[in-house]
Design a protein around this ligand. Structure first.
Ligand SMILES: [Zn+2]
Length: 422
């Protein structure tokens, strides 16, 4: 049954419910303890009588543990239901069930977890929240931090945000909190405390004012650097703005063209350059986004087509690539290249990149600091990508807590293990 410190009195099979009921009681030394703190306490009363906890299935058959649930009087916590050695306080599932759900949630899809464990997704949310709370209570995740990355990530279709903190050295997610303001960021540093804040040497971030102001106030000894990942993302956004402009121009042209029915066009049908252009530009998105060394043959052809037919969009592409390559240079090379890039972008006559050049000038020192201190973009980028997948999976949770629990269980360096395997 996957239980410890427990006496199994008898097993019963309920044929109608197709349910195995294991009647159990705690071993004597695990009996009469406070459900909250676990200290031995005098008994109070029989509580609400027998109750059941969902246990792991026996093969294909559902199983529950059934036991008395007496109450005790704790000096600190008052009258509470006594602790049981097979389940968390206030939980309706056994430890083994909880750990299995937590392990599955970090390993597989939503539908796999809910179908295999026969629980609702919201129940999965409550389970992983309490499993993470236990991990958090048992470990000090904030010890020994020196180089941090702070990022913000949206969940729920862009209206709600989490602030996330990663440890550049241990390469793990350290903390996440709901919100997108100074109070959220302060929440983390208050948890860290002034002594440990003073030991932070580097903080990378995306340039957001609300993060920066708090870091400046709380971590006086930290070098503040710009995350290369976000700087390249700014350029990608600017490029996409230019691509959309080209696409809109083509669409305008297409509106004046004759409509065409489904199927192959008849021979001698009038040409429709605007429509063709709009369709091709829509498909060019990935060719423009990807690093040139990763392009497929078809995407390379598409890029050559952009170069030949849309010089402005191609110039925007070269500006984005130019900025990306600066992060592969040594610090000295990068300083020169960044200034050249800025003067190129300023004169490019593409508003999105003229604007980007201003941001780059504003963050110049921090961008170069990132290169000088080798704060690689890899960790923040991969954490960001994984978090996006997790937030998508977390749709359907009622609050951000299960999402945070799932993120920290997956990326926080304390992955759940399956019960019974060491
Ligand atoms: Zn207690």
């Amino acid at each position: 049954m996957g239980v410890q410190k427990t006496v199994i009195e008898r097993l019963e099979y309920d044929e109608d419910a197709e349910l195995v009921v294991a009647h159990v009681r705690p071993r004597s030394r695990a009996r009469s303890r406070c459900g909250v703190c676990g200290r031995p306490c005098p008994g109070y009363d029989a509580g609400a009588g027998r109750r059941q906890w969902r246990a792991l299935d026996l093969g294909t058959i559902r199983a529950v543990l059934e036991a008395d649930a007496p109450r005790v009087t704790c000096r600190e916590h008052g009258v509470v239901v006594a602790a049981v050695p097979w389940a968390r306080h206030d939980a309706g599932h056994t430890y083994a069930f909880d750990e299995t759900v937590a392990w599955l949630a970090t390993q597989s899809s939503k539908s796999t977890v809910t179908a295999l464990m026969r629980v609702a997704w919201r129940t999965v949310g409550s389970i992983i929240t309490r499993v993470w709370a236990d991990v958090e209570a048992g470990t000090d995740r904030l010890e020994g931090l020196t180089r941090l990355g702070i990022d913000e990530i949206s969940y729920k279709r862009g209206h709600k945000y989490l602030v996330v903190v990663v440890d550049h050295d241990a390469r793990r997610l350290v903390w996440a909190g709901p919100g997108r303001d100074k109070a959220t960021v302060s929440g983390f540093f208050d948890l860290l405390g002034p002594e440990r804040c003073a030991r932070i040497t580097h903080v990378s971030a995306d340039g957001a004012e609300f993060i920066d102001a708090v870091v400046a106030a709380k971590c006086p000894n930290a070098v503040r650097v710009a995350d290369p990942f976000h700087v390249v993302a700014w350029a990608t956004d600017a490029l996409d703005e230019v691509r959309r402009e080209s696409w809109n121009d083509a669409r305008k042209l297409a509106r004046g063209e004759p409509k065409r029915g489904p199927g192959r066009p008849a021979a001698g049908a009038p040409p429709r350059p605007g429509s063709q252009r709009a369709a091709a530009l829509k498909g060019a998105r990935y060719a423009l986004w990807k690093n040139p060394e990763d392009l497929t043959e078809g995407q390379a052809v598409k890029l050559a087509w952009v170069a030949a037919t849309d010089p402005r969009l191609h110039r925007a592409y070269l500006l984005k690539e130019g900025l990306r390559l600066i992060f592969r240079m040594t610090h000295v090379e990068a300083a020169v290249a960044l200034d050249r890039w800025v003067s190129w972008a300023r004169r490019c006559q593409i508003p999105a990149f003229v604007k980007l050049a201003k941001s780059i000038v504003k963050h110049r020192a921090r961008i170069l600091a990132a290169i000088e201190h080798h704060l690689s973009n890899g960790l923040v980028e991969s954490t960001n990508t994984k978090l996006r997948l997790i937030t998508r999976m977390a749709f359907g949770f009622a609050s951000p807590e299960p999402l945070i629990a799932l993120a920290l269980l997956s990326l926080g360096g304390h992955r759940p293990v399956l019960p019974g395997r060491k």
